[in-house]
Design a protein around this ligand. Structure first.
Ligand code: NAD
Length: 340
């Protein structure tokens, strides 16, 4: 069993912990929190040993009725791999500790590419992660873009991508963030960071991205246009999407035309935390203009799509499962996940 620690048991960390715990070849040896919170109670109820960043705060946890197993450093000494899911910019400060203890670490999209020198997506570059000590799983938007661009590139060759991300303002539980009534250009300049971030996984792809934030919490929506080298057709593109285990089709018969209804659909299907782990590509939006431009809308659930990628990154770094498809199949099966 691969021993996995989760440093930062928040939105992403708690989901990765449950996904790891469901795998046949992995176990959670501990998760970490900085202060007592609802998530700390959840970790305790799931039976995950809870470690804390500042051991001086142990009495605060114990007063709240939360058992503390030890310090983050003690947790790391027991782990084969740590998934660092601390807020963006905190992970970089943890690197010297991971280096000192010689533990493998997976960072999230909030950290920059140079921190690891390697950015990961299961379908695009699984084999290149084998044996590495440091890997970065790219952000939710970049994960969604990489999945669809790579499959189109493999079949038709990509000449140029243009994509616009309409981004959720905050996660549902994040009461600190906005906007409440605005469309925020994020950033005002073009390109947004997503294009260069896609290139950290797929360096040869020409891509320009723009991003805007709107007052919603459920998901992001991408407007994607991919110019192809070879001639493409709608049926061929739909077949590629159907053949990819992490690309899903929102069928017209469901009547779903929004992120709100898609989230409700996941909830009703009984998905853990109503999570959409796949790209939610609206079938009716898939079209090919002049035989060389693939156009589509895709919903990307910011809290969910990177979770399964983290699980594959763990397996790749340990290196016993050598190919992406085998790892993806194990991960998806353990979660009872079949793309819509
Ligand atoms: P979050 O704020 O929900 O959770 C972070 C957790 O880390 C919290 O539980 C916090 O208590 C804990 N923490 C803070 N400082 C710590 C420290 N020094 N040591 C240990 N734990 C500490 O954040 P999140 O949304 O889960 O984001 C985590 C990472 O995942 C970021 O890099 C982010 O950019 C990335 N990411 C987030 C999303 C998203 O939509 N939420 C999507 C993809 C990637």
């Amino acid at each position: 069993m691969i021993k996995v620690a989760i440093n930062g048991y928040g939105t992403i960390g708690k989901r990765v912990a449950d996904a790891v715990a469901a795998q046949p070849d992995m176990e959670i040896i501990g998760v970490s929190k900085t202060s007592p919170s609802a998530e700390a109670f959840v970790a305790q109820s799931r039976g995950y040993p809870l470690y804390i960043a500042d051991i001086g705060r142990k009495p605060d946890f114990e007063k709240a009725g939360i058992r503390v197993a030890g310090s983050v450093e003690e947790m790391l000494t027991k782990a084969d791999v740590v998934v660092d899911a601390t807020p963006g910019g905190v992970g970089v400060k943890n690197k010297p500790l991971y280096e000192k203890l010689g533990v493998r670490a997976i960072y999230q999209g909030g950290e920059k590419h140079p921190l690891t020198g390697f950015s990961f997506n299961s379908s695009c570059n699984y084999a290149e992660a084998i044996g590495r000590q440091f890997v970065r799983v790219v952000s939710c938007n970049t994960t969604g873009l990489c999945r669809i661009i790579h499959v189109i590139d493999t079949a038709y060759g990509v000449k140029k991508v243009r994509a616009t991300m309409i981004r959720r303002a905050s996660d549902p539980g994040e009461i600190k963030r906005g906007p409440v009534d605005a469309i925020v250009l994020d950033p005002v300049t073009v390109p947004s960071h997503h294009g260069p971030d896609v290139q950290s996984v797929l360096p040869k792809i020409a891509i320009t991205t723009a991003a805007l934030i709107v007052p919603t919490t459920f998901m992001h929506m991408h407007v994607v246009m991919i110019e192809t080298e070879k001639e493409a057709d709608r049926e061929g593109v739909l077949a590629l999407i159907e053949g990819h285990s992490r690309l899903g089709l929102v069928r017209p018969a469901t009547g779903i035309t929004s992120t709100a209804q898609l989230k409700e659909y996941m909830q009703d299907l009984g998905r853990s935390r109503a999570d959409l782990w796949e790209n939610g590509i609206f079938e009716d939006s898939v079209s090919v203009v002049d035989g060389h431009e693939v156009c589509l809308y895709q919903a990307i659930h910011q809290e969910a799509d990177v979770v399964v990628e983290n699980v594959d990154a763990i397996r790749a770094m340990i290196g016993e499962v050598k190919d992406a498809e085998t790892s993806i199949a194990i991960t998806n099966k353990a979660l009872g996940f079949t793309a819509i």
